[in-house]
Design a protein around this ligand. Structure first.
Ligand code: PLP
Length: 288
């Protein structure tokens, strides 16, 4: 095998020809060159009682199984079963959880890049979905934003923010208070946090909670008419993250973030962390 290492400080090194020995990941494996691979991400939370809890781990396991079927990896439903597969788990210390003082996110929205498409793999956690999103992510940073707001279709549907699901809390077109997130139509990753927020807020029964399409033009007119209350992203990494600005078609759209004390974002974050850290009992946690 010929190898050439590269590093930011030293650049390309001299090529080396050497046997590849007994690496556990064969350099010719299809995970590396065809991207036949998938991943999952979940956290264990050390509670106030010092015990460790997983948050709804079966949802991750079911999603992993779905991604595996899409990638023709075991457990697969037939077709061409691979001869070998490697499942590995990496444990790392995650950063601090929801930071109430965190600055709201800025997003860059340009329809020239598409994260996922109908008939594709956007609803699975497959590696190929992420590598191809990096160029757009770098471009967002060039525009002074932190993440990409992924749009879809001619009507510029709002789909996801970076690798987070997205929620809009607003007064909708027919004057109802609504918490809305795009439906799981194949291009949205079915987030565990997304599902939990939907179930939690539906249980409150205080406003409409809807899975529906949201377009940039609907958002822009709602902003003009001051019908937007808050927008936020959700995912295991950040849990819930308020959105402050969207750069779209040369305009910097300001998204209101309600007062910290009335924020829906803070209220949801508190309810979820109370569960995750064992402050309130819930069958959503799993002691380990
Ligand atoms: C992982 C992920 C999410 C969030 O899913 P959670 O299960 O809530 O962590 C959202 N969007 C994308 C594209 C993701 O990869």
């Amino acid at each position: 095998m010929l190898t050439i290492e590269w590093s930011a400080t030293e650049g390309w090194q001299a090529p080396l020809i050497k046997p590849f020995g007994n690496m556990s990941l064969h350099p010719a494996c299809s995970s590396l060159h065809y991207g036949v691979q998938l991943f999952e991400g979940l956290k264990a939370y050390r509670g106030d009682d010092n015990r460790l809890r997983l948050f709804r781990p079966m949802l991750n396991m079911n999603r992993m199984s779905k991604s595996a079927r899409r990638a023709c990896l075991p457990p697969s439903l037939g077709v061409k079963k691979p001869g070998h597969a490697l499942l590995y788990v990496i444990l790392c210390q995650a950063g601090s959880y929801f930071n109430n003082e965190a600055e709201a996110l800025s997003l860059w929205a340009d329809p020239k890049y598409t994260r996922a498409w109908e008939g594709g793999t956007g609803d699975c956690k497959m590696g190929g979905n992420y590598g191809c999103s990096l160029l757009a992510q770098y471009e967002a940073v060039d525009y002074g934003c932190q993440q990409v707001l992924w749009l879809y279709g001619e009507d510029h549907q709002i789909t996801e923010a970076g690798t987070m699901n997205i929620f809009l809390h607003w007064i909708n077109e027919i004057g109802e208070e609504e918490l809305a997130t795009p439906p799981l139509d194949g291009i949205i990753l079915p987030g565990v946090t997304r599902q939990s927020i939907l179930e939690l807020t539906r249980k409150w029964d205080e406003f409409q909670v809807t899975e529906r399409y949201l377009t940039m033009s609907q958002l822009c007119s709602a902003l003009k008419q001051q019908r937007v209350r808050e927008m936020f992203g959700s995912g295991t990494a950040c849990m819930i993250c308020p959105i402050g600005h969207i750069v779209y078609q040369g305009e910097n759209l300001h998204i209101p973030c309600q007062d910290k004390n009335t924020q829906l974002t803070s209220r949801i974050a508190k309810e979820l962390t109370d569960i995750q850290y064992g402050r309130i009992h819930s069958d959503w946690t799993f002691l380990v």
